[in-house]
Design a protein around this ligand. Structure first.
Ligand code: UT7
Length: 335
């Protein structure tokens, strides 16, 4: 019997609400065109949560999808982490609200705030908890209802975002599988480029917060993204002893196809080895990476033993990159 020595994802699921909003729908109330949106972003449509649905609802549905695919997956889960920029409440943590609804009573639970980089940050936290022996199986959720914190009358931001969630179980996996490296970074000096208000009337740099909604300098975030994806991606590959030619699948944060294409060009990695679903979901913030991963595992593109590179960026400014060898078994139960 092989001894468990890696830590990785052993179950994955995702959810996007049924309401589809197409680019043409925005033409009704914004000065924009479906053609502009698709050519500048690659997005064709995205999903909106119902008025009475929030992040915990997205998260619960993603966990239900995971359970449909891996019925035993929640057995022994002793921690829930929810990465989100749109928690149901300041407190309690959305993680605890989700845990109670999926029947996990008495487990640890906390939210993680790293905007669009949140899911990969949460994977790193989960790996640390398992490696330290603090937890055995950690349920990591990236869930958002970002459309509720975007001004739907602002054409510069409204068209970009959608709602959804992804969920993953992280635990010990056989040697040679699982996470190989993480690079996590942030630079709060760039906070004014992308933020959503909460309590403070100003950012530390003096920026006055006078909107109830997400504020974004699209061009600044774009420039940051095309720099940081190749930079952090290369760093994590170096750390893991990998080359671009070793990567079977690149799973980037789904914000803009032009950002993804630019990263692929810099890496000299063909777009065909990249998982892209932003055309159908837009930018779901912390949910993009698990949504993309979940789809590609479900449709058989990602196979056992394949080498993955995942990179995300977002508000903070923040970034996170991760290398992982995909394990298609059922974690420690298989060993
Ligand atoms: O998770 C991270 C979240 N954020 C991002 O990833 C954002 C990264 N940035 C981007 O994806 C792009 O910068 C955008 C898609 C937001 C904008 O594309 P762009 O090619 O950088 O356009 P721009 O901001 O330079 O704007 C070009 C023009 C402007 O008009 P003027 O100033 O040239 O007259 C905008 O007002 O396009 C205008 N514009 C629009 N026109 C039609 C901005 N939004 C729209 C719109 N429809 N929806």
């Amino acid at each position: 019997m092989q001894q468990p020595s890696g830590i990785g994802i052993t179950a994955i699921g995702a959810y996007a609400p049924p309401k589809v909003v197409t680019n043409a729908d925005y033409e009704q109330h914004l000065e924009t065109s479906a053609e502009w949106i698709e050519s500048r972003t690659g997005i064709r449509e995205r999903r909106y949560a119902a008025d009475d649905e929030f992040t915990s609802d997205m998260g619960v549905r993603a966990v239900q999808d995971l359970l449909g695919r891996y019925p035993q997956a929640l057995e022994g889960v002793d921690m829930v982490i929810c990465a989100t920029a749109t928690p149901d409440a300041s407190f309690p943590a959305t993680a605890t609200l989700i845990a109670a609804q999926i029947g996990l009573h008495g487990v640890g639970g906390f939210d993680l705030s790293a905007a669009c980089s949140g899911f990969l940050y949460a994977c790193a936290a989960a790996q640390g908890l398992v490696a330290a022996g603090i937890n055995r199986r950690v349920l990591v959720i990236g869930a958002e209802v970002f459309t509720k914190i975007v001004d739907q009358t602002d054409r510069a931001t409204a068209i970009l975002f959608g709602d959804g969630a992804g969920a993953a179980v992280i635990e010990q996996v056989p040697q040679g599988y699982g996470f190989q490296g993480f690079v996590l970074g942030s630079d709060g000096a760039g906070a004014a480029s992308l933020y959503a208000p909460c309590l403070a009337p100003k950012l530390p740099d003096g920026t006055v917060i006078d909107s109830r909604y997400t504020v974004m300098n699209g061009r600044e975030v774009f420039k940051f993204a095309v720099r940081i994806i190749p930079e952090s991606g290369q760093q994590v590959m170096d750390k893991s002893g990998l080359k671009v030619s070793d990567i079977d699948w690149f799973i980037p944060h789904q914000a803009n196809i032009r950002i993804i294409e630019s990263a692929c060009e810099r890496f000299r990695l063909p777009l065909e080895r990249t998982i892209v679903n932003l055309d159908r979901y837009g930018n779901t913030s912390a949910a993009t990476v698990p949504l993309a991963l979940s789809e590609a595992v479900a449709d058989g593109r990602i196979q056992d033993g394949q080498q993955l590179l995942m990179v995300a960026f977002g508000g903070g400014l923040s970034w996170a990159a991760c290398t992982m060898k995909w394990y298609a078994g059922n974690g420690v139960q298989d060993l």
